[in-house]
Write a protein that binds this ligand. Structure first.
Ligand SMILES: [Zn+2]
Ligand SMILES: [Zn+2]
Length: 289
């Protein structure tokens, strides 16, 4: 049931406006070639790719839903909250996105300062060149260090400079999800816990997190995120039922040919769950045309 009125639905993927490789246009075309007909582009903390993706989706005869993946925290842990099908002109949502961008920029400036002290000159400007239109992050510093011959590989950049406890390590502080979820809801969107199995929480913690998420207005959780085992799908479906959350599914695609999921290619949602797209009846009408 990642098929919806016969259409393949993928509600989680990334373009080069965050840490994906493909342009929004190329991403949409790739999704089309893999029979996806309802796609949400969910770049990290930015909606910069949506306009281009939407234009391409119109050319391809696909439905492109507004999407974003917010970096948040809960009890000191990093949690990703996907926002789906919101009004992208909502002022509070845009202000939240601007604050996320500001947080990234402040952290990047601190990373740059530390890397310069470690001998890597002009770190911020070099990383910005790497980032292009994407929002600046650690991978851009890593690529800049490789290009300058400061390290041999991205892996080495993280191992020696950018990883936890290394000279360029700066902890990022994100907002609590209680601050993010109501903004997504007020903008008419659905708030979805991304990839619940990737946080490496105990099941007790995971249940407590989902309970808090539902209490602050969260709608849904990703019951399917990329490739996963049947017993994982069953367990996530049970959790969704237990916390009265709707179910979402997506590939979390970042780039061709990696360990990450391919667009549209993941196990189907079990028949027993209520999919998140039950919130959007007009989408069903659209698909019947
Ligand atoms: Zn994520
Ligand atoms: Zn993601």
């Amino acid at each position: 049931m990642n098929r919806f009125a016969g259409r393949v639905v993928d509600l989680h993927c990334h373009s080069d406006r965050s840490d994906g490789i493909l342009s929004p246009e190329a991403l949409v075309s790739r999704a089309k070639a893999r029979d996806v007909s309802v796609l949400a582009l969910t770049d990290h903390d930015t909606i910069a790719g949506l306009a281009a993706a939407k234009a391409q989706a119109a050319l391809e005869g696909m439905t492109l839903l507004n999407g974003i993946e917010f970096s948040c925290q809960w009890q000191g842990r990093g949690i990703h909250i996907v926002g789906l099908n919101f009004d992208d002109g909502d002022q509070d949502l845009l202000a939240l996105i601007a604050r996320q961008h500001q947080r990234r920029m402040e952290r990047s400036a601190m990373i740059a300062e530390k890397l310069e002290r470690a001998g890597f000159d002009n770190a911020l400007a070099r990383a910005k060149t790497q980032a292009g239109e994407a929002s600046l992050g650690r991978p851009h510093f890593a690529h800049a260090m490789v290009e300058a011959g400061f390290v041999r590989s991205v892996d080495q950049a993280f191992k020696r400079y950018l990883g936890s406890g290394k000279p360029g390590d700066v902890k990022q502080v994100w907002p609590e999800f209680e601050e993010v979820v109501p903004v997504v809801r007020a903008a008419g969107g659905a708030a979805v816990v991304a990839h619940p199995l990737k946080y490496k929480m105990t099941r007790t913690k995971l249940r407590a997190m989902l309970d808090d998420f539902r209490d602050c207005g969260g709608n849904a959780m990703e019951v399917v995120s990329g490739a996963q085992r049947p017993e994982q799908t069953r367990e996530m479906a049970q959790l969704a039922g237990r916390f009265a959350l709707l179910s979402s599914c997506g590939s979390d695609f970042h780039m061709p040919g990696t360990q990450w999921g391919e667009l549209g290619k993941f196990p189907a949602l079990p028949e027993t769950v209520t999919p998140v797209w039950s919130l959007w009846p007009s989408l069903a009408n659209e698909s019947k045309q």
